[in-house]
Design a protein around this ligand. Structure first.
Ligand code: FE
Length: 343
């Protein structure tokens, strides 16, 4: 009999002996994921290797998965939902989908900034919303702050993805937090007035547009830049040669950062496995996967990783704004986006 197998039998017997609930020896975990990064395979395989718990994964867009979870209600098979952006986590939380998890491991390892105050959800990696720009036409001083993107000097020179996208909504939420709604609205209107073209595509498309000469400045999550910088494709190399990246607001609050994260579902059939999975995501190994796989920074301090693309971006000051309070400003951010016509 293998050691793992006999340990499982012992654990089951112990659970029966102390009258623990049936989920104490979960063999599987149902994971709903809207993280859209191929490298996550290694992350999930690592959990199964460490615990023997099989992961059944359902993938989809965040909005679709949240709708599905709402529809399934108490009959939902989902144990854990992971996604990107505090806006999506907040949307799931507002719909009452999460069950708070009391875990000293999660509380000790994840800085308070990167988790919900009531432990409904947790961030496992963080990403910065950076400004990318044409290194030949724009000076770094011109893009030192997010507010610079609304300056008249960039008329017809800004490329950006949709204002309905969580990455831009959460950035606007941080601008509301720091500058007030009025200034935030003026900024959104200024960006719209500066657009080189209608918002379209993802963050990588904005960098490609800069390289193609269609615009000079854009908003991009840092890991898309790091991905291009690590690519062997000549077309990607060419983009990085022409495009530079800046972490804004270094003289004030610091660059806006967001998280990717998740939580346990209220009706999770495998609560023990769900808690184990969440705790696994803050293990050194999993944290290293976030850094090496998707070029995101681990939330756990002091985790060692070997990623020259991330190292090359250097160190910078991050905005300490709490992800929870940020997420609460999203509805107002959406209203401002609509008013500004940032489609
Ligand atoms: Fe992304």
């Amino acid at each position: 009999m293998s050691r793992a197998f006999s340990a499982k039998i012992l654990a089951t017997l112990a659970a029966i002996a102390i009258g623990a609930p049936a989920w104490a020896a979960d063999q599987e975990l149902n994971l709903y994921s809207s993280r859209h990064y191929k490298t996550d395979e290694a992350l999930f395989a690592g959990f199964t290797a460490a615990t023997g718990i099989k992961i059944n994964r359902i993938e989809g867009k965040e909005t679709e998965l949240i709708e599905r979870l709402k529809r399934e209600g108490s009959a939902s098979p989902a144990d854990v939902f992971i996604t990107v952006d505090a806006a999506n986590l907040q949307a799931a939380d507002a719909a009452g989908l999460f069950a708070p998890v009391k875990s000293s491991v999660l509380e000790q390892k994840i800085p308070a900034q990167f988790r919900a105050n009531d432990n409904a959800w947790f961030g496992f990696s963080y990403r910065a919303r950076a400004i990318t720009y044409d290194r030949n036409k724009v000076k770094s001083e011109q893009v030192a702050n997010y507010l610079d993107l609304a300056k008249p000097e960039f008329k017809g020179k800004v490329c950006v993805r949709s204002g309905n996208h969580p990455y831009n909504l959460t950035l606007l939420a941080s601008i509301i937090n720091h500058n007030g709604a009025e200034k935030a609205e003026a900024w959104a209107k200024g960006v719209v007035a500066n657009l080189a073209r209608q918002p379209k595509g993802g963050d990588t498309d904005q960098m490609r547009a800069i390289a193609a000469g269609e615009c000079e400045v854009a908003l991009t999550n840092h890991y898309y830049y790091a991905r291009l910088a690590g690519s062997d494709k000549p077309a990607d190399k060419e983009v990085v040669e022409k495009v530079a990246i800046a972490f804004p607001d270094q003289a004030s609050q610091g660059a806006h950062v967001n998280i990717s994260g998740g939580g346990m579902m209220k009706h999770a059939p495998h609560k023990d496995a769900a808690a184990k999975f969440l705790e696994y995501l803050v293990s050194d190994k999993a944290q290293e996967y976030f850094a090496n796989g998707n070029n995101e920074w681990p939330v756990v301090a002091g985790v060692k990783f070997d990623n020259p693309r991330l190292e090359a971006l250097g160190r910078f000051k991050i905005d300490p704004l709490n992800a929870s309070s940020l997420a609460k400003e999203i509805p107002q951010a959406q209203r401002i986006m609509d008013k500004a016509g940032w489609k």
